[in-house]
Design a protein around this ligand. Structure first.
Ligand SMILES: [Zn+2]
Length: 345
């Protein structure tokens, strides 16, 4: 996820309003517990593992360890890892039928899948060891376990219901209201300032495309044909010349944070989300310039830009914020509740 730069001094976190709204309840809950009397943390999750093409049953908290390992570098601050664990647990429980969810829509019979584009990423302990090497594995696997164990059963709720705890890699300076990215407003998914992330060069990418690239990848026409008729030796000759449009690209609608909602490329209009997918861009927060036969698209941040920014969570953790403060910054007005029958006793 890129290099880490500590921006320790001069942060101004806009959480004056949000912090008093957060509560951490060790006992009691406003969410209906499962009728079988088990705490939700004792339940197994039916996880469709994409790399195995099969459903595996695993204890919820063990599954959350694999999600934290896959979704966030273990070198991040412990409070960021804890915030990730609570977000991942909430995200999973929201989908699990045992807590009222409808499961993973892409894989019948599964509560959730490991496709990060659909549900959330997950890796096994073996995959983690392979990914970070034996030395780092010894160092970090316990840290991940600690982050999950110390937040065991904690979930985020809004008005007593589990929230849609969506998160993304890096916001590039501001997150967006949910309705600016997907249909429908969500009261706790509101755009917040994350200026402390804005200057990080790792999350700024310039992509260049020739007009040919755009026509092939997007199925658009960015050139215009002009026909001229000349008289040569007494005969009329039609000459068709090809040039690019005066404005081959135009942003039609963007969110306050600068994420593109609608954009015209040549003769077609795309949503920012579709353009990001088709061109393999990191983010829909983009600017462009046209020079000669090329279009340069510069993106800032990574991911959809709604909910918690993982990179921002790490910046906040390094500045001394705890996981509750991190979560309350990105999810407005939520409560953090112990979602277990016997609380922390
Ligand atoms: Zn899924």
């Amino acid at each position: 996820m890129g290099k880490w730069i500590v921006l320790g001094v001069g942060f101004c976190f806009l959480i004056v309003i949000a912090i008093p709204l957060i509560t951490v309840w060790g006992y009691g809950f406003s969410i209906k517990p499962p009728e079988d009397g088990l705490s939700l943390s004792d339940h197994t999750v039916k996880v469709f593992v994409v790399s195995l093409n099969q459903i595996l049953d695993m204890p919820l908290e063990e599954y959350i360890e694999g999600v934290v390992a896959a979704e966030m570098p273990a070198s991040f601050g412990i409070e960021a890892l804890k915030a990730q664990a609570v977000a991942a647990r909430t995200f999973a429980l929201k989908r699990m039928p045992v807590s009222g969810g409808s499961g993973c829509g892409n894989h019948p019979g599964a509560d959730i899948c490991t496709d990060h584009r659909h549900c959330q990423a997950w890796i096994s302990q073996d995959e983690l060891r392979e990914r970070i090497g034996n030395v780092n594995y010894r160092r970090y696997s316990q840290k991940i376990r600690d982050a999950v164990e110390s937040t065991r059963g904690l979930v985020m709720t809004y008005e007593g219901n589990l929230i849609e705890a969506c998160y993304h890699s890096a916001s590039g300076g501001a997150t967006d209201n949910a309705e600016e990215v997907w249909p429908g407003a969500v009261p706790y998914l509101r755009g917040v300032s994350t200026e402390f992330e804005a200057k990080e060069p790792d999350f700024r990418e310039e992509n260049s495309f020739t007009m040919d690239d755009l026509e092939k990848k997007l199925g658009v026409v960015v050139r215009k044909k002009t026909s001229s008729v000349y008289t040569v030796a007494g005969k009329s000759v039609q000459v068709i010349s090809e040039g690019r449009m005066d404005k081959p690209i135009e942003i039609l609608e963007a969110s306050k944070a600068g994420r593109v909602n609608r954009i015209r490329i040549g003769d077609k209009i795309f949503s920012g989300y579709d353009l990001r997918t088709l061109l393999g861009l990191s983010s829909t927060k983009m600017t462009y310039r046209v020079a000669g036969d090329k279009v340069y698209i510069t993106t800032t941040g990574r991911g959809h830009g709604v909910g918690m920014s993982q990179y921002g969570a790490n910046v906040m953790a390094s500045a001394g914020k705890n996981f509750s403060e991190i979560l309350s910054h990105y999810y407005l007005g939520v409560s953090i509740e112990k979602h277990e029958k016997d609380g922390s006793k």
